[in-house]
Write a new protein. Structure first.
Length: 505
């Protein structure tokens, strides 16, 4: 630290002004005062360091929460598929995080957040983190990587039980290295044409997508939708062995409801890093208020989405079948739909609005799920209704419920939702929806058609019927072999010989 120059005459004038001309002013010990000021500068430097490290730690914790969502997706997918495909879907979730990390590290991060480019990042310092280092830089990469991995892993469940491993690796890397980063650049990079942080935001506000209903969930959901259409349904889902349409689609029951519920709760937990963590810091004035609001709105939307989806499905069942049944899957995915919908607007809507957003998200999920079945699009875990359709609703809801006061406080932008008499936010949200669908669908459709034409997409029919665990992964996920009958007979004989009349069945 350099020496501090002090204007001692000014200090005398200040002391005189504070004490008054009539009071006796003791001579000031300027050497001691100089030491105090130097010490205060040291304290100020230490506080600045502490502030920076606090922001790094906060972002690290939130990023870790988000990365734990990979475990949530794995558990949810593993529970939702049939027992014969558990190892396959678990391995895909694991490799998804690995491929996503490498794709985002080498190319994706620079495409998304490089400076100077209108379509993709123009600076080279972020490619493979070239000359981009230090606590703030490294935590920036880590946090953004967890979002990219989330977008990629959405697809895993949709194409479960029939997708080749090489296809999964190809699209995971392609999505995280290029497709998803272009969406990020347009909406979250200050150079992006839709970014709310752009110095001259489009139509006054740009697109408000605080934590990624569109950027993350719609992008992943749109990719999943295209993949499911090109890949086709699982054998026996909608068609019989001769290719004729079944009178009623066959439902493949999940092999473990317990894993499904565990995965749902882990995902809900991870969302408290996803949404509040998108402040990207916590030490600045007002950031704690934003993070706290995000936690509240996230909770309310998830809870309302779950209850709404379950009871809407129950009421449909009463109307069709005449009796009430309560579907756990509807309750779980309704909660996830509510979480997806609130992600875009968690920082700019009031808690009462979060309840309404979650309520509509539950309805959107139920009818989107039934729509896919009508269209004979096979989504093994209902990822498309949850992430694509509820993500779309989340963006539309932002244009409806965005508070003008919260938008000014959190973005310093003049605008609001239509409930507040403003239409500029809704216009930007609709434009963002069209951009995400157009870009993601336009790029991923020929990509999936190509790998399908090359025979890299779908497993052979016999492999699918036997199960991918046995056909591709050296055996089943569970050791279900019973004890040998000879060993059971020997045990029974020994028990009878000892006077114990109980026998093993």
């Amino acid at each position: 630290m350099g020496d501090v120059e002090i204007d001692y005459s000014a200090l005398d004038a200040v002391a005189t002004a504070l004490i008054g001309d009539d009071d006796v002013i003791e001579p000031l010990d300027y050497s001691t005062l100089n030491g105090v000021i130097v010490a205060l500068n040291i304290v100020a430097t230490d506080l600045t360091t502490l502030q920076a490290n606090t922001d790094v730690f906060y972002t690290l914790i939130c990023g870790a929460f988000i990365f734990l969502m990979q475990c949530g997706f794995a558990m949810l997918c593993a529970g939702s598929v049939r027992q014969k495909n558990v190892k396959n879907i678990m391995l895909k979730n694991l490799l998804d995080a690995c491929g996503g990390a490498l794709g985002f590290y080498t190319i994706g991060f620079a495409v998304a957040y490089g400076e100077g480019g209108k379509f993709i990042g123009g600076s080279s310092d972020k490619f493979a983190l070239n000359n981009y280092s230090g606590g703030a830089a490294h935590i920036d990469f880590f946090f953004q990587f967890t979002f990219a991995a989330t977008a990629a892993t959405i697809v895993a469940g949709t194409v479960a039980e029939r997708c080749k491993m090489e296809a999964y690796l190809l699209y995971s890397v392609f999505l995280t290295a290029f497709v998803y980063p272009v969406v990020v650049h347009a909406i979250w990079n200050p150079d992006g044409f839709l970014a709310a942080t752009n110095p001259d935001p489009f139509y006054g506000t740009g697109m408000i997508d605080f934590a990624g209903s569109g950027v993350v969930h719609m992008t992943g959901g749109c990719t999943a939708l295209v993949a499911a259409i090109v890949l086709g349904p699982r054998i026996g889902r909608f068609y019989d062995a001769e290719g004729k349409v079944l009178a009623e689609p066959v439902s493949f029951p999940p092999h473990s409801v317990a894993l499904q519920v565990l995965g749902t709760f882990i995902l809900w937990f991870g969302w408290y890093g996803f949404n509040p963590g998108s402040t990207l810091a916590i030490s600045g004035a007002g950031l704690g208020d934003i993070a706290a609001l995000c936690a509240v709105t996230t909770t309310l939307s998830a809870a309302t989405g779950s209850i709404t989806a379950m009871f809407i499905d129950t009421m449909i069942g009463i109307c069709v079948e005449g009796h009430a049944e309560y579907d756990l899957t509807m309750a779980m995915n309704g909660a996830l739909g509510g979480l997806v919908a609130i992600t875009a607007n968690c920082a700019v809507v009031e808690p009462w609005a979060a309840v309404l957003i979650g309520m509509v998200a539950g309805v959107v999920y139920v009818f989107a799920s039934k729509l896919l079945v009508k269209l004979k699009i096979d989504d093994a875990v209902d990822a498309v209704p949850v992430h694509f359709f509820c993500g779309m609703w989340g963006l539309i809801a932002t244009g409806i419920f965005c508070s003008d006061k919260l938008l000014m406080q959190n973005y310093t932008l003049d605008g609001g939702g239509i409930l507040y008499g403003r239409g500029n936010v809704l216009g930007n949200e609709l434009l963002g929806i069209m951009f995400i669908v157009g870009w993601t669908g336009g790029v991923m459709t020929p990509f999936f058609i190509l790998i399908n034409a090359l025979g890299l997409f779908r497993v052979d029919a016999i492999d699918e019927q036997v199960g991918l665990d046995i056909s591709h992964h050296r055996g089943a996920a569970y050791d279900m072999d019973p004890a040998k009958q000879s060993d059971i007979d020997e045990l029974n004989a020994s028990r009878h010989g000892n006077g114990n009349n109980s026998a093993v069945a």
